[in-house]
Design a protein around this ligand. Structure first.
Ligand SMILES: CC(=O)SCCNC(=O)CCNC(=O)[C@H](O)C(C)(C)COP(=O)(O)OP(=O)(O)OC[C@H]1O[C@@H](n2cnc3c(N)ncnc32)[C@H](O)[C@@H]1OP(=O)(O)O
Ligand SMILES: N[C@@H](CCO)C(=O)O
Length: 408
C-alpha cells in the first residue's frame, strides 16, 4: 500500500468562500460552480471545525482507462474525532448530485442525511469520526471538469472518463493520508451505495462494515439508458460546445432537462399521480389557448421545471456527465468473474436495503446483490411511497438495523 504524507489539508479563505457557496446554492442563489481549492495548509488539521470543506492533494492518478489525471484534489468534510488507534472512522458516500455536507457542523447549514449522522444519531458524531468525500469528477471540492488543468485552463472537454474504481482509489489515498487503515463502516445510497460496495470489494481488508442502500451490483441496461438520455440532453444543448463552455453561457437548458428525466426516475408514478394528478399549475390552463408557442403547465410540469432549474443553480453540467458516466461504469463483476466470485473477497459485514417503491433501482436488484454476497445478508425494506428518493427522506427507517448490526 502506498502512503501519502499528511499535512496537505487546505483551508482558509478559499474554504470559507466554498462553504458560502454550498449554503447559497441550497438557497437557490446563482453561484460559481467552479472550485479550484489550492489554499494554504493549516498548521493544525484538528483545528478545522466539523462540517467544513477541506481539501487534500493526492497526486497523480492512473485511471482504469489508462489515462493519467495529474495533481488530483479531493474535497471532504469530517465530524467528530479520530481516536488514537484510528479505529472509529466511518465513511459516508454521497449520491449523484450530493455534496459532502452529510450533517450540520460548525455552521447550522442542514445536511442531507441528518437522520443517519450527527450527535446521538445512529452514526453518532460524538463517538465516530465521520468523513464524506466529494466524488472525483464532481463540483463540490474535488478535481472535476471545471477544475484547472496544468495548462491553466479548465479541463472541460479534456476531462477523462473516471470509473468508480478510480474514484475509490482516489479515496483510498485520502484515507492513507489521514492514517485510516480500515473503516469501521462505509455507508452510501444510490451512487453512494455503489461507491460503498466498490470499497468493500476493491479493499476488503479496509472495510469492516458496509451498508449498500438503493443500488444493485451493477448499472443495468435500463439505468444506463436513462443515464444516456440525460447526458445527451446536456451534450445537445448549443451552449455545451463539446464541454468547453466555461467563461461563456452554460448548457443550462440541457442540464435542467437531464435533471427532469432523472427526477422522474427518482419518484414513483403513484406519488406523482396522487400529488399532482392532472391539475393545472396555479392559474395556468394547460388545455386552453394552447399553441406550439406555449401553453399553461400541468402542476407536475411546474414541479419538474423547479427541480431542473434548482439543479442548474448548484451543479456543473460537465460534472453531471462525468459522474453519470462513472455510475454507468458501475459493475462490481468487471474483470472479476461471475458475481459471486467477484464478491467473494469482501469480508465486511453487510447491510443491504431498498426502497419498496423504487422504480430506478428495483428492490429485486438489491435482493440479487444480497444473495450473491458472502454469508447470509438480509435485505431491509424502506417503506416509502415516493420511490428512489426514499433513501434520502426515509433513511431513519434503517436506524434500528444500523444500531443493531453496526453501531450497537
Ligand atoms: C444525496 C443528495 O442528493 S444530497 C443533496 C440533496 N439532494 C438533492 O437536492 C436532490 C434533489 N432533490 C431531491 O431529490 C428531493 O427534493 C429530496 C429527496 C431532497 C427531497 O424530497 P422531498 O422532500 O420529497 O421534496 P419534493 O420532491 O417534494 O420537492 C420539494 C420542492 O418542490 C417544489 N414544488 C412542489 N410542487 C411544486 C410545483 N407544483 N411547482 C413548482 N415547484 C414545486 C417545492 O416548493 C419544493 O421546493 P424546494 O426544494 O426548493 O423547497
Ligand atoms: N436526489 C438524488 C438522487 C440520486 O440518487 C441525487 O440527486 O443525488
Amino acid at each position: 500500500m502506498k502512503t501519502w504524507p499528511a499535512g496537505q489539508l487546505t483551508v482558509g479563505k478559499r474554504e470559507v468562500r466554498y462553504q458560502m457557496t454550498i449554503a447559497a446554492a441550497r438557497q437557490g442563489a446563482p453561484v460559481s460552480k467552479t472550485t479550484h481549492p489550492h489554499a494554504p495548509v493549516p498548521a493544525d488539521p484538528a483545528a478545522v471545525p466539523d462540517g467544513t470543506v477541506q481539501y487534500l492533494r493526492i497526486g497523480d492518478l492512473e485511471l482504469e482507462s489508462g489515462a493519467r489525471l495529474p495533481d488530483v484534489t479531493l474535497g471532504y468534510e469530517t465530524w467528530g474525532t479520530l481516536n488514537a488507534d484510528r479505529s472509529n472512522a466511518v465513511l459516508i458516500e454521497h449520491a449523484l448530485t450530493g455534496d459532502t455536507h452529510v450533517t450540520r457542523g460548525a455552521s447550522d447549514e442542514p445536511g442531507w442525511w441528518e437522520q443517519l449522522a450527527g450527535p446521538g444519531a445512529p452514526v453518532d458524531t460524538e463517538k465516530y469520526f465521520v468523513i464524506s468525500i466529494n466524488i472525483l469528477g464532481g463540483c463540490y471540492g474535488s478535481t472535476g471538469p471545471s477544475s484547472t488543468a496544468p495548462d491553466g485552463k479548465p479541463w472541460g472537454s479534456r476531462f477523462p472518463l473516471v470509473t468508480l474504481r478510480d474514484t475509490t482509489e482516489a479515496e483510498a489515498r485520502l484515507a492513507d493520508a489521514l492514517g485510516i487503515r480500515s473503516w469501521f463502516a462505509v455507508i452510501g445510497g444510490s451512487l453512494g451505495g455503489a461507491r460503498a460496495l466498490e470499497w468493500a470489494v476493491s479493499y476488503p481488508e479496509r472495510v469492516q462494515r458496509c451498508a449498500v442502500i438503493s443500488v444493485g451490483a451493477s448499472s443495468t441496461a435500463e439505468q444506463i439508458a436513462f443515464a444516456q438520455a440525460q447526458t445527451l440532453s446536456i451534450r445537445q444543448d448549443p451552449n455545451f460546445k463539446g464541454g468547453d463552455y466555461y467563461g461563456g453561457p452554460e448548457p443550462e437548458a440541457g442540464l435542467a432537462l437531464a435533471r427532469r428525466i432523472a427526477h422522474i426516475t427518482y419518484r414513483s408514478a403513484a406519488e406523482l399521480d396522487g400529488r399532482f394528478g392532472r391539475n393545472a399549475q396555479d392559474s395556468e390552463a394547460p388545455l386552453e389557448a394552447g399553441s406550439l408557442a406555449g401553453r399553461g403547465r400541468y402542476q407536475v410540469e411546474s414541479y419538474l421545471d423547479h427541480q431542473g432549474n434548482k439543479l442548474v443553480r448548484r451543479f456543473d453540467a460537465n460534472s453531471y456527465i462525468a459522474i453519470t458516466e462513472a455510475l454507468m461504469s458501475h459493475d462490481i463483476s468487471r474483470g472479476r468473474g461471475e458475481l459471486t466470485e467477484a464478491l467473494a473477497p469482501a469480508t465486511a459485514e453487510f447491510i443491504v436495503a431498498a426502497v419498496d417503491s423504487d422504480r430506478l433501482y428495483f428492490p429485486a436488484q438489491s435482493h440479487a446483490l444480497a444473495e450473491a454476497l458472502p454469508g447470509e445478508v438480509a435485505v431491509h425494506t424502506i417503506e416509502a411511497p415516493i420511490g428512489h428518493d426514499g433513501f434520502l427522506t426515509e433513511i431513519g427507517q434503517l436506524t434500528s438495523q444500523l444500531r443493531q448490526h453496526f453501531f450497537g
